[in-house]
Write a protein that binds this ligand. Structure first.
Ligand code: FAD
Length: 264
C-alpha cells in the first residue's frame, strides 16, 4: 500500500509548485493510462497534480489557419469540435476513433502525447501535421518531441499546456485496429502541408512513431493512391509481436497509406 496526495491547482504556477514539492509527483490529466498503471502498482506517485481545472488548458481556437488545442482537451471534444472538423477534419476523425466513449470522454490530447505509447494515434498526427508542443517553459517541434517508446523531450515536471497545428491542405488518417484494445496495429497519417507531403506511422516502429521518408518523397511528387502504391515498404525496424509480424506490419503500412491518401 502507498498513499498519494491529490492536488487540483487553478494555475500553472500552483501546479508547478505542487510538482516540485512532491518526492515523486506526477501530472494527472484524464487518468486513462496513469490510473491503470497505479492500479497495477507499476507507478506509485507521491502526489497527483490534476491539471484539468487550470484556466486555458482546454478548448480549441483557430487563428491564421493555425489550430491551438489545450492540452487537457478530451478526445471527445476534439472529435466534435466545429473548428477541428472545418480546418483539420482528419484530426477530428482520429480523435473519434480512439478507444471507446469512456476513454474519449476522459483521455486528453496532452496526456496521449506525453505518454507516447508506440501504438497511440495522436503522435502520428502531430508528426505528420508538423505540430508544435507548447509547455510551461518552451515550444518543441513534434519532430524533436517523440524520442522513442514512452519517451519524449519533456523534462521532469514540465507540463504540456497546448498544441499548435498548422492546418493542412489535405490530410487523412487510416488505422488498422488491434481489435481488443482498439489501439493501432498500424496507423498512417498523411498530410499535404506547406512543407510538402508528411507521412507518419504509428503502431509499427520498434522505436515508436516515425515519419516514412519514401512515402513522403513519393507523395510530395504526386499526391495519389497510385504513387503511394509504388513505394516498397521495408520491414526493417518494424515490430514483431503476438499481434503481427514485421512483414505483416510493413504490408499494412502500404495499405493504410493508400487508404489515407484516397480519403484525403
Ligand atoms: C481501454 C483503452 C483504450 C484505449 N485506446 C486507445 C486508442 O485506440 N488510441 C490511442 O491513441 N489511445 C488509446 N488509449 C489511451 C488514451 O488515449 C489515453 O487517453 C492516453 O493514453 C492518456 O491520456 P490521459 O489524458 O488519460 O493521461 P493520463 O493517464 O492522466 O496521463 C498519462 C501520462 O501523461 C502525463 N501527462 C498527462 N498530461 C500531461 C501534460 N499536459 N503535460 C505533461 N505530462 C502529462 C502523466 O503524468 C502520465 O505520465 C486507450 C486507453 C484505454 C484505457
Amino acid at each position: 500500500m502507498y498513499s498519494t496526495r491529490y492536488h487540483k491547482p487553478a494555475t500553472i504556477d500552483d501546479a508547478l509548485a505542487a510538482l516540485g514539492a512532491g518526492d515523486e509527483a506526477k501530472v494527472l490529466a484524464g487518468g486513462q493510462t496513469l490510473l491503470a498503471t497505479m492500479k497495477q502498482h507499476l507507478a506509485a506517485p507521491s502526489d497527483l497534480v490534476d491539471i484539468r481545472a487550470i484556466d486555458g488548458m482546454s478548448g480549441v481556437t483557430v487563428q491564421d489557419n493555425i489550430l491551438t488545442i489545450g492540452a487537457a482537451t478530451t478526445h471527445a471534444e476534439v472529435a466534435t469540435n466545429a473548428d477541428v472538423r472545418q480546418h483539420c477534419g482528419a484530426l477530428g476523425q482520429l480523435a473519434g476513433g480512439i478507444g471507446d466513449p469512456a476513454v474519449r470522454h476522459q483521455g486528453t490530447i496532452g496526456g496521449s502525447i506525453a505518454n507516447n505509447d508506440p501504438a497511440a494515434d495522436y503522435p502520428a498526427a502531430m508528426l505528420a501535421l508538423g505540430a508544435t508542443i507548447i509547455t510551461n517553459s518552451r515550444e518543441i517541434a513534434a519532430d524533436a518531441f517523440f524520442q522513442g517508446l514512452f519517451t519524449t523531450a519533456l523534462d521532469e515536471n514540465e507540463i504540456i499546456t497546448a498544441i499548435r497545428i498548422p492546418c493542412p491542405a489535405k490530410a487523412a488518417y487510416a488505422k488498422f485496429n488491434q481489435p481488443a484494445s482498439r489501439f493501432a496495429l498500424v496507423g498512417v497519417f498523411v498530410a499535404k502541408t506547406d512543407m510538402g507531403a508528411r507521412v507518419a506511422v504509428t503502431g509499427a516502429g520498434e522505436d515508436g512513431v516515425f515519419r516514412h521518408a519514401a512515402l513522403e518523397a513519393a507523395l510530395s511528387a504526386d499526391w495519389s493512391e497510385s504513387a503511394a502504391a509504388k513505394v516498397a515498404i521495408s520491414a526493417d525496424g518494424l515490430m514483431s509481436d503476438i499481434h503481427a509480424s514485421a512483414a505483416y506490419r510493413a504490408n499494412l503500412i502500404g495499405v493504410m497509406a493508400k487508404r489515407a491518401v484516397a480519403a484525403s
